[in-house]
Structures are given as structure tokens and as C-alpha cells.
Design a protein around this ligand. Structure first.
Ligand SMILES: Cc1cc2nc3c(=O)[nH]c(=O)nc-3n(C[C@H](O)[C@H](O)[C@H](O)COP(=O)(O)OP(=O)(O)OC[C@H]3O[C@@H](n4cnc5c(N)ncnc54)[C@H](O)[C@@H]3O)c2cc1C
Length: 505
């Protein structure tokens, strides 16, 4: 069945579950709940994944570093979850082999080996290969590094396109009957005897609507405490610790496909990951963030920190002048009173208030554990049975290692697609790429061309099936083509969404 955004439920009958927040946690819960046969409405004040869930390091990972903080439960759950998620979304997630260079003077080799042994065995693996030791004098991964790095360890984790993960959860939730409202801010909430009354505002028109629900979920990530206090008017002893993490993007630093995990003298680690073919993604920082979650950007100091960190390892230094793009997000961590931002727990906490119609507040979480978090949330609310493990997201109904075959098959059916174009479509839309391309026999059949293989047919797909409403939604969250389009091309995409003229096919 094709995802369709219309007709969505239009009545204001009370729903079983009303969810505030369209990040990975809100949409994950919406999908799970809708699949359990519940009536669900989700309100997101901006675009889906507009906040933390599009600003992550984009890894399904156990979190090697968290072993040092004895977060064994979380690491085990996340490690196990990697393969469950890979099988459900082989279009937007795939395995990667990370390289950890040994740095004399930092963690000793036996410590690294012990950590990696635990990492290999704590969660169990069927698909992902085990750790191996590398001689960096000869391995391709040693080539771009300074000559002093002679030993490395190669271990498994996975990549995921974070904001597409959110969009596809929302699409699947909608296909299962949920109402997904974007650009819809929850501005007031009242708790009645048996029902919640929720006032929402369409942020584009200012129109206000009243919704009613039997249960309310506050999945607003970094805003969770603010919404609880200021929108729901409730007091809470629980707090989030808002920790900013920034990434920089530079032109591709090296020719092979391995990402690196680099250790710093400050005890932190930084990832260096091949990104969107022509780029390398470097991150992240870890700073307590005192400003509003609405105001997050990468500072010059953070850019300098990341450049220096990487230049300690790479033969060719990385400088702030190399940076073509940067982004920042804030981790909504449960405040466990830890001394530093990096030591604060990465565990999620679900806090249920059942003094009247139930309210569930979500504190913390990781992209990797979103599905387990959704299951735990619905269990806490006593609603239905788990069903999402390994069940494909839209377009993900093919084997975890089947993407290359799908790319070849797509090119056979649509010979005008270049290999890179076909690969991009498969890694975005999976088996749905065919529905997007329809009966096209030549590029012109896909309508106007906006640059970098983006066509009007794809924009139409994003608008009609994936909740995209603006150029930024399409270029920075449903795709990452914003990185390669010119300013004029980006403006043309935005104009298309505003219904203005489009370039010629
Ligand atoms: C730098 C960084 C790197 C990370 N890397 C990884 C990683 O590699 N792997 C991993 O597993 N995890 C990673 N994480 C963690 C992960 O990104 C987050 O835990 C996750 O995205 C949080 O999702 P969320 O849905 O809770 O919050 P969000 O994505 O922030 O969603 C909350 C939503 O609520 C909406 N909202 C707020 N108030 C209202 C309102 N009144 N009405 C309607 N909507 C509202 C917001 O607009 C927002 O979209 C990283 C985090 C950061 C910051």
C-alpha cells in the first residue's frame, strides 16, 4: 500500500493516545501504537525530525564509550537492537566497519581489546562481523593517518539516515491509521476526569483546534521539562540535562569507506565518517547548553576543537576553512546529577503519572533504542502487544544486504538512471523507488529537474507521501541534497513548494 496523507482522521473524537513531538521517539511510539490498533494523533510544532533527531551522528550503535561508564544495560540493548533495525530498514541503514587507531599515551591496548571484546559479545551478533586487529602500516585505513599510527582495531556498528527514519515511522504510522499533524504546536493542555483536552495551533495559519485523548505522551525531547511545566502546568522533580553536540562536514578526507573513531586526550571520542559520497562528517562535541533548545548552532570554538582533534590523527590537517556545513543538536539527557556532560547517563527514563488520565513523559533516549523505547512506553501504558521487531518500514521489505541487487534491478527497469542516481533512490526509498518513478522512460518524464538528480516527481512524492512542506524539509531532512545544490537550485525547490514556477524539465 502506498503511504497517503489523505484522508487522515478529521473528527475530534477522543483518541486513545495523543503524542506531543515528532522526533524519533514520538513517531516511533505513534507507529507502534497505531499497529496495536489504537487511535493515535501526533502533533509536531515544526517539521518531523526538525530538532535532535536530524542532528545525530547517524549511527545505530551500542556506544563503545558508555562501557567506561558501566552503562551495560543500555549498551546491551542498543547492540542487540542494531541487527533488528537493520533488517527492518535495509534501505536507510547499513553496517559499517569502524577503525579505532591505537594512540600511545591514551587507553592501553589491553583496555581497548577488553572493551571491544565486550562490545562483540554483550549483545550477540548474527549479521555483523567481529572485531579484528589491523596493521595500519599496510591496511588502507592506515593510509590517510600520520605514520605514528601503526595498530588499529576494526569493529562493527551501523549507519542510519536519522531524519528519514523519523519520516518513515510517521508514514507507517499514518498508513496504520494514525493522524500526523506537522506545523502544529501544542499550546495548552488540561487534565479532565477521564480525558485530556489539548489545544493545538497551526503555526502557519494560527488556527486553533481542540483535541481530546484518553492518554497523553510528552515526547518533546529537549523540551520535555518545559512542556511539562509551562504547557501542562505541572510540577516535576525530574529534569533534563541539555547537552549540545555539533558536527562539521568537510570535503571527502580519504578514499576508502571506513569510518574512524578517534580518542582524544580529554577522554572523549570523535567520529570521522564518509558522508554523502563527496564529504566527511566529523563529530561530535559535548557541551552543556544553557540557551533554549530552539537556539542551537555550532560555535567557532567547537569547529576549532573538532579540526584540532582530527588533525592529531590525519596526515593532512583539517582546518576551519575546509568546513562546508555544520549542524548542532541538543541531547535531551535525563539529569542524573553526573559531574560532566559526557558522564551524564544516556539511559532513557519513562515517567508515568497516573493521577487521572495517564501522562507519560519521555526523558532521554537514543536513535538506536527508539523502537525499544516505544515498546516500553506502550507496556508502561498497558496497551497491546509488541509487534515491530524486524517488521519493515515503508520501502524496507528486502534483505539486509539486498541494496546492491535492488540498485541493479532498478537500473534494468529504468535504464536512464545513472548508478549514483539509482543508488540514491534505493537508499532513500527502497522498494518504493519504483512507485516514485512510475512509468517514466526518460528523465524528462519525471518533470522539472532541480539539480543533482532531484526531480519534480521526487518532490511530489515527498510532499504527497512523506509530509514535506518546504524546501528545507525536502533538502535537509527527507534528503541531504541541500549539501550539493546551489543556492539558486535550493531556492527553486522552495518555490516549487510555494506553488511558484519551476525550472524546465
Ligand atoms: C549530537 C548528537 C549526536 C547523537 N548521535 C546519536 C547516534 O549516533 N546514535 C544514537 O542512537 N543516538 C544519537 N543521539 C541521540 C538521539 O539523536 C536523540 O536521543 C533522539 O534524536 C531524541 O529524539 P526525541 O524524539 O526524543 O527528540 P527530538 O528529535 O528533539 O523531537 C522532539 C520534537 O518535539 C517537538 N516539540 C517540542 N515542543 C512541542 C510542542 N509544544 N508541540 C509540538 N511539538 C513540540 C520538537 O519540535 C521536536 O521535533 C545523538 C544526539 C545528539 C545531540
Amino acid at each position: 500500500m502506498l503511504a497517503s496523507l489523505a484522508p487522515q482522521r478529521r473528527t475530534n473524537e477522543p483518541v486513545d493516545l495523543f503524542i506531543i513531538g515528532g522526533g524519533v521517539n514520538g513517531t516511533g511510539i505513534a507507529r507502534d501504537a497505531a499497529g496495536r490498533g489504537l487511535s493515535v494523533t501526533l502533533a509536531e510544532k515544526g517539521d518531523l525530525a526538525q530538532a535532535t533527531s536530524s542532528a545525530s551522528s547517524k549511527m545505530f550503535h551500542g556506544g563503545l564509550r558508555y562501557l567506561e561508564y558501566y552503562e551495560f544495560r543500555l549498551v546491551r540493548e542498543a547492540l542487540r537492537e542494531r541487527e533488528v533495525l537493520l533488517e527492518a530498514m535495509p534501505h536507510i541503514a547499513w553496517p559499517m566497519r569502524f577503525v579505532l587507531p591505537y594512540h600511545a599515551g591514551l587507553r592501553a591496548k589491553p583496555i581497548l581489546r577488553l572493551g571491544l571484546f565486550l562490545y562483540d559479545h554483550l549483545g550477540g551478533r548474527d549479521i555483523l562481523p567481529a572485531t579484528r586487529t589491523l596493521n595500519l602500516r599496510h591496511a588502507p585505513a592506515g593510509q590517510p593517518l600520520k605514520p605514528g599510527y601503526t595498530t588499529g582495531y576494526e569493529y562493527s556498528d551501523c549507519w542510519v539516515q536519522d531524519s528519514r527514519l523519523v519520516a518513515l515511522n510517521a508514514v507507517d504510522a499514518a498508513e496504520r491509521g494514525a493522524t500526523i499533524l506537522t506545523r502544529t504546536k501544542v499550546i495548552g493542555v488540561r487534565r479532565g476526569e477521564a480525558l485530556w483536552e489539548i489545544d493545538v495551533e497551526d503555526v502557519e495559519t494560527g488556527a486553533q483546534t481542540l483535541h481530546r485523548a484518553h492518554r497523553l505522551v510528552n515526547a518533546t525531547g529537549p523540551w520535555v521539562a518545559d512542556v511539562l511545566t509551562n504547557t501542562l502546568g505541572m510540577e516535576t522533580k525530574e529534569h533534563v540535562r541539555i547537552v549540545r553536540g555539533s558536527h562539521i562536514v568537510v570535503p571527502r578526507l580519504y578514499d576508502h569507506d571506513h569510518p574512524y573513531i578517534l580518542q582524544g586526550a580529554d577522554g572523549r571520542v570523535v567520529f570521522v565518517i564518509p558522508y554523502e559520497h563527496d564529504f566527511t562528517l566529523i563529530g561530535t562535541t559535548d557541551h552543556d547548553h544553557d540557551a533554549s533548545p530552539d537556539e542551537v548552532h555550532c560555535t567557532d570554538e567547537e569547529v576549532a576543537y573538532l579540526c584540532d582533534f582530527v588533525s592529531e590523527y590525519f596526515a593532512r590537517p583539517v582546518t576551519p576553512d575546509d568546513v562546508v556545513w555544520s549542524y548542532s543538536g541538543v541531547r535531551p539527557l535525563y539529569d542524573d546529577g553526573a559531574s560532566s556532560a559526557q558522564a551524564a547517563t544516556r539511559e532513557y527514563v519513562l515517567s508515568l503519572d497516573a493521577n487521572g488520565p495517564p501522562l507519560l513523559n519521555i526523558f532521554g533516549g537514543k536513535i538506536t533504542t527508539y523502537r525499544k523505547l516505544a515498546e516500553a512506553a506502550l507496556e508502561k501504558l498497558g496497551l497491546g502487544q509488541p509487534w515491530t521487531a524486524r517488521v519493515p518500514l515503508p520501502g524496507g521489505d528486502f534483505p539486509w544486504d539486498g541494496a546492491p541487487a535492488l540498485v541493479r534491478a532498478l537500473q534494468d527497469s529504468y535504464p536512464f538512471l545513472t548508478p549514483r542516481w539509482a543508488e540514491r533512490l534505493v537508499h532513500s526509498y527502497g522498494t518504493k523507488a519504483r512507485a516514485l518513478l512510475g512509468t517514466a522512460r526518460q528523465p524528462e518524464d519525471l518533470g522539472a529537474a532541480f539539480g543533482a538528480t532531484l526531480t519534480e516527481a521526487e518532490l511530489r512524492w515527498l510532499r504527497d507521501h512523506e509530509f514535506a512542506r518546504t524546501g528545507d524539509d525536502a533538502l535537509w531532512r527527507r534528503t541531504r541534497l541541500g549539501l550539493v545544490l546551489t543556492e539558486a537550485e535550493r531556492a527553486a525547490v522552495d518555490d516549487w513548494f510555494k506553488g511558484k514556477r519551476t525550472p524546465k524539465a
